[in-house]
Design a protein around this ligand. Sequence first.
Ligand code: ADP
Ligand code: ZN
Length: 525
Amino acid sequence: SPCADAVSADPARVLLADIWGFKDFRPGQEAIIRAVLGGEDVLAVMPTGSGKSLCYQLPALMRQGVTLVVSPLIALMRDQVAQLDALGVAAGALNSSIDMDGYRRVMDGLRGGRLKLLYVAPERLARPDTLSLLRDSGVTALAIDEAHCVSQWGHDFRPDYLCLGKVREDLGGVQTVAFTATADAATRDDIAGRLFPAPPRLFIGGFDRPNLRLAMRPKGDTRRRMFEFVAAHTGESGVIYCGSRARTEELAEGLRGAGHRALPYHAGLDKPVRDANQDAFLAEDGLVMVATVAFGMGIDKPDVRFVCHADMPRSIEAYYQEIGRAGRDGLAADTLTFYGLDDVRLHRMRIEESQAGDEQKRVEIQRLNALLALCEAPRCRRQTLLGYFGERTEPCGNCDLCINGVESFDGTIEAQKAMSAMLRTGQRFATEHLINILVGTQTDAITQYGHDKLPTFGVGKDHTRNVWRSIFRQISAGGLISLDIANHGRWLMTEAGRAVLRGQAGVALRSDVLEAAGRGERKDK
Ligand code: ADP
Ligand code: ZN
């Protein structure tokens, strides 16, 4: 039909079918590839396994010259070059593991103008001889893999990545496309600022895993509820993540006592035991692995039907990765996360006592708070979760909040008080200072800025500090304010927040969460 002809005539799709043998683009790929082919600078944030490589490999075949690919892992580079070789695409790599022969082949490919993709390790690019070689080699685009390595907010900062902005300039300001799987708003902005002279086209997508049911609940009667959850999945494979080694062993034993097949897994077990337990989980159906976060790296079992957190994870990134081990086969899978203010205190303490610098500690604390905000979210969890990654969606119908609703009250006045404290101080302050204003606590900073003279000073006396902390998290999870991690954790207003402040919209806050916050405070004292 004419329609089929039009589709098959699209050169990108022809290449997709002829070279890769793929029938169609994955969600997100096509829009990125169109932008890349249109010559735009692009920053794309997509989860691992979503097919980022194709987004620079395919356009590389459609343009003149060489696309330079920066990648931090030699093993990954080797795989990619081998795969491209097998597809008949001329690709090579420059890194410390290349021998003289490999080097000569790359040079020949460059000189003959045959090479389409050249993978280079970032430390190699820091060498002047590499740059002068590349300058004469007709590099027409720069693709940066694992782009979060350029950011100190990311979990994998690599100083060599800092030179990439300059590399781009040295190559004549070539088109640049950057990819990462991990980027909250602060990391994203940081990447964009370091790699691009002007804001790039931003693509964020593919984080939703609609087959995963999301649920979170405050601790309390935890063991009974957890055993109920496991019993509802009897005969299915699942993982229970625990915050400590001792707890994995204790819980596994308890579950066995309740008639389940359950094994512990943590880094303190002897390797033969650890391996045997892991093999059993992979081979058998209906086994519950009770594990620390040491479990799961590189484990690809498609039919894990449930994941439970017996203790609260340390960040949204960790939470997402861990629940993501369920339902890889695309079939329905169930998740349940227990959280408590004791978990939060424990994580805070670990962060404070860690070797990280002050700046990094601050970021880690804010990541922890973001997860707590998700736990306390007043609206669809998936909206809140995906919103954290920068993706917008409708309420999902497959999370505890969509299904059960929440006990909420009209918190418009509270939200307005919090946001007016933000506005009157120029949106330059973080939570604790704003709470000092709201509850009327005189500190040196309050006096110094004259914030005790503000009309908002003391207007929030009717709530405790902990309740206000929860209100800030809730209105942040609700999208009214957003955290500026890169600027000392100050709060900024969003459009939705302004509408509430003007009285054009209301806000529901969760009463259960505020009550729990109040109780937590009494315990603190
Ligand atoms: P990422 O870099 O995002 O982790 P990859 O680029 O390694 O992901 O791709 C993951 C897998 O998906 C690879 O095996 C790749 O061949 C496959 N893949 C990518 N795009 C498509 C597509 N359009 N159709 C089918 N498979 C694809
Ligand atoms: Zn939902």
